[in-house]
Design a protein around this ligand. Structure first.
Ligand code: NAP
Length: 543
């Protein structure tokens, strides 16, 4: 008889084979060949060069559409295509100007796969709004996207750039720069946070942008935060609009659709909310240990089986009524119920130097930026579970991290604080950051002991901040939803807010703020919404 682990191994092998077969079929259906060229210095057989060879060979074996040639930097083709760094990987250089500095491993593998597919298709599949913006570009744009193998936001941004280069090969070129492979280049651009995007050497985006916001930033050569389309907004009519694509919103979308409601989930930033930034999750039932981004990917692909997700779209306005109107940066929704699952955004320290040096050594995402600080000295500010999880993650990445906490005991779960001790991560107790120092990048911090009053200056290369979250209640506030004393949405035990037809779930409600509680709240709210729409309590009250 087969053991469970043998059966698990067989299932994993079968799904891997299935995936490879689908990939092979996808490549074989592509209309264009995808020639890849790698240029290396003579004798430069480093880890990136070797990894590139292995990865490209694996793809080449999968499809005859992919070809691979390797040349030394002194070959005339290097001159023809202006290659000046080793190793550089060029993707279909006769048609596009897309190059890779480093090797596409980890999260970067997703960028590489999508790049190959778009190059093979010969089209970008960008939406009409984005194409309209890209059409307006009339002078060259040389984009550099700084990425790392562990950054979950990087694929979205790098693929935006690749798709722009495929749409406008006449004017748009892209370099995907792995910051670990190219530390000098990252240093030169002060790109100490990923993804970070430059066009013609001007910063146009920090973090991942929606495709329209990216295109607009590229057109204007300055970072944009919102894209308001021309007047051709579409109209979507349904039963429920869920605002927020974190665990609460995704669970609500699944439950709503399964109960027969027509629902939509709208998310302005990265799907998954805070979970996408959590290095490791160890308390979500069913997973002993899982990367936050992996868990998000699983949830999103599950939700997509049921519910339509509008990613990279910002809700601008909600007009309560019957129906309720939800206006976004892209279209208008007419709906019967709205669920606010808007989550929470990271809290700032509010000290001098913090905003000026943000992305230049000040970071709120250890998962994204940790690898940049390998072998360097940083502090992690905070005493909750996030600060401790992230300090552990940094330490495991080879970063010399010290925890700085304003009290003499931690708020984090005991299992985590024990790991902190076991990993010998030093803690500065009763210590507050007064100022973050540095001109172009973080060079140190000014600390004060709030018991003794003693001031010290510590030389550090990075300041990671994980001091909790503020609920995202702007939309709720705008329509007059009552908040509690702590600023979270006031709601009843059925997740109803004070306005009929408007509900809340997840971190925006306050409470335990766990992934498992957020998904539970999302599911419960969706079930209430189903019951209420079948039998509206506000009509019963009116009678
Ligand atoms: P948190 O639990 O609210 O902790 C915030 C920490 O930052 C506290 O230690 C607080 O200090 C400190 N702080 C707040 N404002 C500060 C300021 N201005 N200056 C210096 N320090 C400041 O936030 P969190 O750690 O992000 O966790 C949020 C929620 O997610 C929690 O419910 C947590 O349990 C959950 N979470 C769970 C896990 C897990 O289960 N593995 C992992 C991550 C997060 P005081 O202690 O003095 O108030």
């Amino acid at each position: 008889m087969e053991t469970t682990s043998e059966m698990d191994a067989q299932t994993a092998e079968a799904s891997q084979e299935n995936f490879m077969r689908q990939l092979r079929e996808t490549f074989d259906k592509l209309p264009n060949d995808i020639p890849l060229y790698m240029f290396v210095d003579r004798g430069d057989d480093n880890v990136y060069t070797q990894t590139n060879r292995q990865i490209v060979r694996a793809f080449r074996e999968m499809s005859s559409r992919i070809t691979f040639r390797e040349y030394y930097m002194d070959n005339e083709l290097a001159g023809k295509w202006n290659v000046d760094r080793s190793p550089t990987l060029l993707i279909a250089p006769e048609r596009y100007n897309i190059r890779w500095l480093g090797a596409p491993v980890g999260e970067e593998g997703r960028i590489f796969l999508e790049t190959l597919i778009f190059a093979g298709m010969g089209k970008s599949n960008l939406n009409q709004q984005t194409l309209g913006v890209l059409d307006k570009i009339d002078t060259p744009r040389n984009i550099k996207v700084f990425v790392s193998a562990t950054c979950p936001y990087c694929p979205q941004q790098a693929v935006n750039a690749v798709r722009a280069a495929i749409e406008r090969p006449d004017l748009v070129s892209v370099e995907i720069v792995d910051i670990q492979a190219e530390p000098e280049l990252a240093n030169q651009y002060s790109a100490f946070s990923v993804p970070q995007t430059f066009a013609n050497d001007v910063l146009i985006g920090q973090g991942a942008q929606s495709e329209e916001v990216f295109a607009l930033s590229l057109l204007k050569l300055e970072p944009q935060t919102i894209f308001i389309p021309d007047s051709d907004a579409e109209l979507v009519e349904n039963d429920l609009v869920v605002i927020g694509g974190g665990p609460a919103g995704l669970a609500a979308g699944i439950y709503a659709e399964r109960s027969g409601l027509k629902a939509a989930v709208i998310e302005r930033d990265a799907l998954g909310g805070q979970v996408a930034l959590t290095p490791i999750v160890e308390n979500y039932p069913g997973f002993t240990s899982v990367g936050g981004k992996t868990l998000v990917d699983i949830m999103v692909s599950h939700a997509l089986q049921y519910v339509q997700i509008f990613a990279g779209e910002e809700v601008l306005e909600i007009e309560p009524g019957n129906p309720i109107t939800v206006k976004t940066s892209r279209r208008e929704f007419k709906t019967r119920a709205v669920l606010l699952a808007t989550g929470a955004k990271h809290r700032n320290l509010g000290v001098p130097g913090e905003s000026r040096l943000s992305g230049k050594g000040v970071s709120y995402c250890a998962t994204c930026d940790g690898p940049l600080f390998k072998g360097k000295k940083v502090i992690m500010v905070g005493g909750g579970s996030s600060a401790v999880t992230e300090a552990l993650h940094l330490s495991h990445q080879g970063v010399n991290v010290t925890l700085v906490h304003r009290r003499d005991s931690l708020r984090a779960q005991e299992v985590l604080t024990k790991q902190l001790e076991a990993n010998h991560i030093p803690i500065l107790w009763n210590t507050e950051v007064q100022e973050i120092l540095g001109r172009e990048r973080v060079q140190g911090v000014e600390l004060a002991n709030n018991r003794s009053g003693e001031q010290t200056r510590l030389e550090v290369d990075g300041v990671f901040i994980a001091i909790g979250y503020e609920p995202s209640v702007d939309l709720a506030r705008k329509i007059g939803i009552e908040l509690n004393e702590e600023g979270f949405i006031k709601h009843d035990e059925k997740h109803r807010t004070g306005i009929p037809g408007i509900y809340s779930a997840g971190d925006v409600e306050g409470g335990y703020k766990q992934i498992v509680t957020a998904t539970g709240q999302g599911a419960a709210a969706a079930m209430t919404i189903f019951e209420d729409l079948m039998n509206p309590y506000w009509l019963a009250k009116a009678n």
